[in-house]
Design a protein around this ligand. Structure first.
Ligand code: ZN
Length: 554
């Protein structure tokens, strides 16, 4: 869903540590130790310092937002004369070097159960571990100082495989850079199904942990097809290796795109089409989001999510259709779901100003986050309306051509193309794409009234009003003393009919957040407490009947 740029959380790094000179080589050794239902990671660090003055360093800081990752740290010990102590509340660590050298170890005893609700936290199981650099390497100095890291992985448990996003051969990894440049650098190890492919003679590997109901071989093939199709489309073979990683994450269909790798965090019974979409979307972030962005100087950096996520998303469906991984019906279904998703989104008519107020109040949740995916998706589709057609030579799309031309001709600065709004929109205009007007209308002014083409694919699909029951959970959750209760139960709604009453305790629930990664268009399942007894409640969260425009096959 995301490209890594979204995740750089602002935090202040307080510890400068001048004793660690620019370019210092940090030698790290990692060891994975199986322990019950999880895996412990032992980290050994060794580096030189300019003086023997004490170093104060911060505890682990997860750039992906998992709070206080440092609480999983145990067995922090210095050796060869180095003395290491956690300070007070354990938010920082005090190190006394010896002979201008620092030597210490720590163990990360990750508790996988704690991570179950955090999609991008370290992914750990009985037989595997997968994490980002910032999730195990202590921030030794300020986050922009360039250091030289040399990482060795020793003594893997039997039958374990190892992979990384920074090196094709991951037993011995080295790179030079700062923590803020390399926070996403990934290492994973464990019992994996591995399918090796090659693309233009270079290794392209698919790693799958556990088994998915669709079958690992089929999923690996899907990953290969998506990567090879898109790299061929963009004529981009600038990689020495590429890894696709599939990891189990209960209740999720989420992903992330980082250099040399994309990762899917998915439930065991993930739907094949949904995974095809996710892989396509993540792979495309290599170009949209990670290489091309529209300059955004607004305070929350949310203005052009419609492009980074929405145009990316539209194109991800388009290339699935072009590569025959999606049928035309499946492509049209995606457009239909954009329309329904906008209709059901509480912010569907919100202007940019009011979205900013939501963000300023700290209430920019998942519904607001997802809205630009759908709106941007429809903007791409509408801009393409006269140009979208299939012929014997393939699928024609002006939006696709626009992105390809932008990549080819756009001015690159440090490998990135970042036009300002004026340049971006006048370039779109030169290709007869009315992106500026659509952006003004739907993103800045917030209109949810889309001027949808009446016919698609020379009239095979026609726009019609259809009757449709809008999503309605029928109550809201209220929290008290870490317990959840039903409130505002609509006496005419589906929850009431299923037996939910105000103040009833909800012990557990599935698929209740319409816009979360865990949502599916299926019945909700809840365990509630009635007169001290647990009761299971299932119902279809649909409410009043409305009319919605959808494309129907003729
Ligand atoms: Zn995304």
């Amino acid at each position: 869903m995301k490209c890594v740029f979204l995740f750089i959380l602002l935090f202040c790094s307080v510890f400068i540590n001048a004793q660690i000179a620019e370019g210092t080589r940090i030698n790290a050794k990692l060891q994975f130790i199986k322990k019950g239902k999880t895996v412990n990671v032992k980290v050994e660090l060794q580096f030189k310092v300019i003086s023997n003055d004490s170093l104060l360093i911060g505890n682990l800081r997860d750039y992906y937002g998992f709070p206080s990752l440092g609480k999983f740290m145990t067995e922090l010990t210095g050796y060869n004369g180095t003395v290491v102590k956690k300070r007070g509340n354990a938010d920082s660590i005090n190190i006394a070097p010896f002979n201008n050298e620092v030597n210490f170890t720590y163990t990360l005893g990750y508790d996988s159960a704690t991570f179950s609700d955090a999609t991008y936290a370290p992914n750990v199981g009985e037989n595997h571990v997968h994490f980002a650099f910032c999730q195990w390497m202590l921030p030794l100095t300020e986050k922009n100082k360039v250091l030289e890291y040399s990482i060795q992985v020793d003594n893997l448990p039997e039958n374990w495989l190892l992979y990384s996003s920074v090196a094709g051969e991951a037993h011995d990894i080295s790179f030079k850079g700062s923590l803020s440049e390399f926070f996403s650098a990934t290492i994973g190890a464990g019992v994996f199904y591995k399918k090796p492919y090659t693309l233009k003679g270079k290794p392209l590997n698919v790693y799958i942990n556990g088994s998915f109901s669709t079958g690992n071989e089929r999923l690996a093939e899907l990953g290969y097809k998506i990567v090879s199709y898109q790299r061929t489309l963009f004529n981009d073979f600038q990689f020495s290796f590429y890894n696709v990683v599939l990891l189990p994450k209960e209740g999720n269909t989420a992903g992330i795109s980082i250099p040399n790798m994309f990762l899917c965090l998915i439930k065991k019974d993930v739907d094949y089409q949904k995974l095809a979409w996710l892989m396509s979307h993540e792979m495309l972030h290599r170009w949209i989001g990670n290489q091309i962005t529209i300059k955004d100087t607004t305070s929350f950096g949310l203005r052009h999510q419609w492009f980074k996520e929405g145009i990316n998303d539209y194109l991800s469906y388009l290339v699935l259709l072009d590569s025959k991984l999606f049928t035309r019906d499946e492509f049209i279904n995606s457009i239909n779901s954009y329309i329904r998703n906008i209709k059901e989104n509480p912010y569907s008519n919100a202007s940019e100003d009011s979205i900013k107020k939501v963000a300023a109040a700290g209430k920019y949740g998942v519904a607001a986050t997802k809205l630009p995916y759908y709106k941007g998706g429809l903007i791409g589709f509408i801009a393409d309306k006269e140009f979208l057609m299939e012929s014997e030579t393939g699928l024609h799309s002006r939006v696709k051509d626009f992105i390809l031309t932008l990549l080819k001709n756009g001015k690159k600065i440090e490998g990135r193309i970042e036009p300002n709004e004026k340049m971006f929109f006048s370039f779109a205009d030169s290709m007869q794409l009315p992106l500026y007007n659509l952006y003004q209308k739907h993103i800045i002014n917030g209109s949810a009234d889309f001027d949808l083409p009446k016919k698609v694919f020379t009239g095979v699909y026609k726009l019609e009003k259809v009757k449709y029951q809008v999503y309605d959970l029928g109550f809201t959750f209220s929290e008290k003393d870490s317990k959840f209760f039903a409130s505002s139960v609509d006496p005419y709604g589906p929850a009431y009919k299923a037996g939910i009453r105000n103040d009833m305790e909800i012990i557990s629930s599935t698929s209740v957040n319409r816009f979360s990664n865990a949502w599916c268009d299926c019945p909700v399942n809840m365990v509630v407490l009635v007169n001290g007894e647990r009761k299971t409640v299932d119902y279809i969260p649909r409410g009043k009947e409305v009319q919605v425009l959808q494309y129907i096959k003729k």
